[in-house]
Structures are given as structure tokens and as C-alpha cells.
Design a protein. Structure first.
Length: 348
């Protein structure tokens, strides 16, 4: 089976020779939404949208209804477009059989699109294999995973120019560090930052002042405060996260991931390896800067300290999930214990 990645999909769409069936899978929700909407906008005249565009994104939708629309010929257009989002195809063998039957003999005047976003398909199942094989034969399977860090930086640079502002490569990369690698969030933040810059340059100072930090970035700030002995600052950031209604379990996960990064880089250095080797072994694609930061910090700590820090985080995670204890209290206790460990106090 030959899947389309983003480059292959772009080349395909340039030909304007559309397939009659597309299955969109992969980890990047923004890209899937973008290209599905691109196909829709190219094929459906807004004047005849009521007749030629059928979107199903309701949990109670029946596959029969979508397939019936796929059999109807378009009005005043070459194609009708049917978009079926997150359909639980695994719940019924009857549904799967109906879909496979349609894909065996697609309506050549219809473009039938299935896209999986909030529902993740298990790629090891026979259902997934049958589904992808059928779409591959009838049209195309499109896998859209997250872009590389370099590609995301270029997207931000280009996006800033299209909005009448500018941003340097380093600042665009810094923006990803601060806001995270979710492309929809980055686009939203870029809209805001460009409007604030009023045709000028988006600087790091502008990003710091206006951009909403991701949970990972705030967790980095928490750990940075702890590493420098500033418990009050760490608690202040935690308080902000609670005001933002972040889940305590998510906070602990983000905090512990920072120590996992430090520990991995520390172990790599002890083994005589460069921190970049960690990126290859543990998939830090688009997050290489995390390892660079960890490389600068890990020399200050022993492996035993970092192991203890991870163990304390795991213990807090277990308590949050298995007891009715107050989440804020557990996280405040966690920060105090981490500070003791990082100061060289041993088991906290």
C-alpha cells in the first residue's frame, strides 16, 4: 500500500485529478482539517453547497446515510463531496462490509472522504488493514503526521509575512518552545502576535508578552525555578495553572517529563554519547531544543538525584489517580520534595 504523505498529497492536488475516495489518518489534526477543507473548497461551489456537500460529524450518524449521499449525482458540478468524521467503523462488521462494498464500486461523480481526528484507529487490527487496503484501491490513504521543527519554523516565517509582519528564524523556533507544536495553536497565536506587531517584527519580547505558554513550557519554568532554588516562583506558576483549570495529573506529567529528559541526557553523557543520540532513540522530533536545554542543565545533578525526582513524580501521579487527596496539596508537596532532592538532600 502506498500512502500519501504531505508532499505527495500536495503534488497530487496540483494535478487537479481527484480521487473518488480519501482516508485521512495521522497525528496532525490541523493538517488533516486543512487539506480536507482544501479539497472541499475546490470541488464544491458555495451556491450549490446544500446539494453537493454532505458532512457527517455527529456521534449518532448512520453509515447508511453517508453512503446514500455518496451514490447521488451532483447538481451543476462535476463532484459531490461527502465527509465522514471519526466514524467508529470498528463497532460493526456490518458497517465495515457496507463500506467495503461501496469502495469496490465507487460513484465516480462523488469524492468520499473519511477523516480520523479525535478517534484513533488501531493499526494492528484486521479492520484497519481491510479499511486501508480498500481506500488504497479506490482512492488514496493520506497520513499526515506533524511537520519537522524546521518545516514548522518556515511555516511561521511564511505565515508572518502573509499577515504583513516578520519574524526571525530564532524567534519562530522560540515561539514553538513557548507555545508547543500544535499547529492550530501556533496559527492562532501567530494571528494575535502579527496583529500586535502592527506590520513590524515579532520579537522574543513580543512572544513573551503576548503568547500563551503551553503546559510543557510552564512545566519547564517550574523546574527551572526549582533548579535555581526558587520554590516561591514554582508555586506561583502552579497557582497560575490551577487558575487556568489545568488538570493536576497533566501538571505532574509535564513536570516529570522534564526530569525524564534530564535523566536520558545524563545517561547518554555518562555513556560517552552526544545528547542528539537521545533524540534518535526516543523520538524528540520537533522537540530537539528540549534535549539541548537538558544538556546544559544535567551536569549539575547526579543520576541518582534525577531517578529520585522521577520516582517522586510517579508516586504523586499514583496518589492523584488512586485517592481523593487534594490535587493542589499533592503538587505543592511534590515541589517541596523535588527541591530537597535537587539540593542534594537525598530521599525526600
Amino acid at each position: 500500500m502506498a500512502e500519501f504523505n504531505e508532499s505527495a498529497l500536495k503534488a497530487h492536488l496540483k494535478t487537479k485529478e481527484y480521487k473518488n475516495a480519501y482516508l485521512f489518518i495521522g497525528k496532525d489534526a490541523y493538517l488533516k482539517n486543512y487539506y480536507v477543507n482544501l479539497i472541499k473548497s475546490r470541488l464544491v461551489d458555495p451556491a450549490f453547497e446544500d446539494f453537493n456537500l454532505h458532512i457527517y460529524d455527529d456521534n449518532n450518524v448512520q453509515l447508511d446515510d453517508a453512503l446514500k449521499d455518496a451514490q447521488i449525482f451532483p447538481m451543476m458540478s462535476e463532484y459531490s463531496v461527502i465527509i465522514l468524521k471519526d466514524y467508529p467503523i470498528t463497532r460493526s462488521q456490518k458497517d465495515l462490509a457496507l463500506l467495503l462494498e461501496y469502495l469496490e464500486d465507487v460513484n465516480e461523480a462523488a469524492v468520499f472522504i473519511m477523516v480520523y481526528d479525535s478517534v484513533e484507529l488501531n493499526e494492528k487490527t484486521s479492520t484497519f488493514k481491510k479499511l486501508t487496503a480498500a481506500f488504497d484501491k479506490a482512492g488514496a490513504v493520506v497520513r499526515l503526521d506533524k511537520r519537522s521543527l524546521n518545516d514548522m519554523v518556515k511555516m511561521i516565517e511564511k505565515g508572518a509575512r502573509s499577515r504583513g509582519s516578520s519574524i526571525s528564524y530564532d524567534t519562530a523556533r522560540y515561539m514553538i518552545e513557548i507555545c508547543g507544536d500544535d499547529m492550530q495553536i501556533l496559527v492562532n497565536e501567530l494571528d494575535k502576535l502579527s496583529a500586535y506587531a502592527k506590520g513590524g517584527e515579532i520579537t522574543k519580547a513580543v512572544v513573551d508578552e503576548m503568547a500563551v505558554k503551553s503546559l510543557q513550557a510552564r512545566a519547564f519554568d517550574i523546574n527551572k525555578a526549582l533548579l535555581s532554588g526558587r520554590l516561591e516562583k514554582a508555586l506561583e506558576i502552579v497557582n497560575t495553572l490551577f487558575e487556568m483549570q489545568e488538570e493536576p495529573v497533566s501538571m505532574v506529567s509535564a513536570i516529570s517529563s522534564q526530569f525524564v529528559d534530564l535523566y536520558r541526557v545524563k545517561c547518554a553523557k555518562t555513556a560517552g554519547l552526544n545528547f542528539s543520540e537521545v533524540g534518535k532513540d526516543f523520538d524528540y522530533k520537533r522537540r530537539e531544543f528540549v534535549l539541548s536545554n537538558a544538556s546544559a542543565e544535567c551536569a549539575r545533578f547526579k543520576e541518582s538525584q534525577l531517578r529520585q525526582a522521577i520516582d517522586i513524580c510517579l508516586d504523586t501521579d499514583y496518589k492523584l489517580k488512586s485517592s481523593s487527596a487534594d490535587g493542589r496539596m499533592l503538587i505543592e508537596e511534590l515541589l517541596i520534595k523535588l527541591l530537597v532532592i535537587l539540593r542534594g538532600g537525598g530521599n525526600a
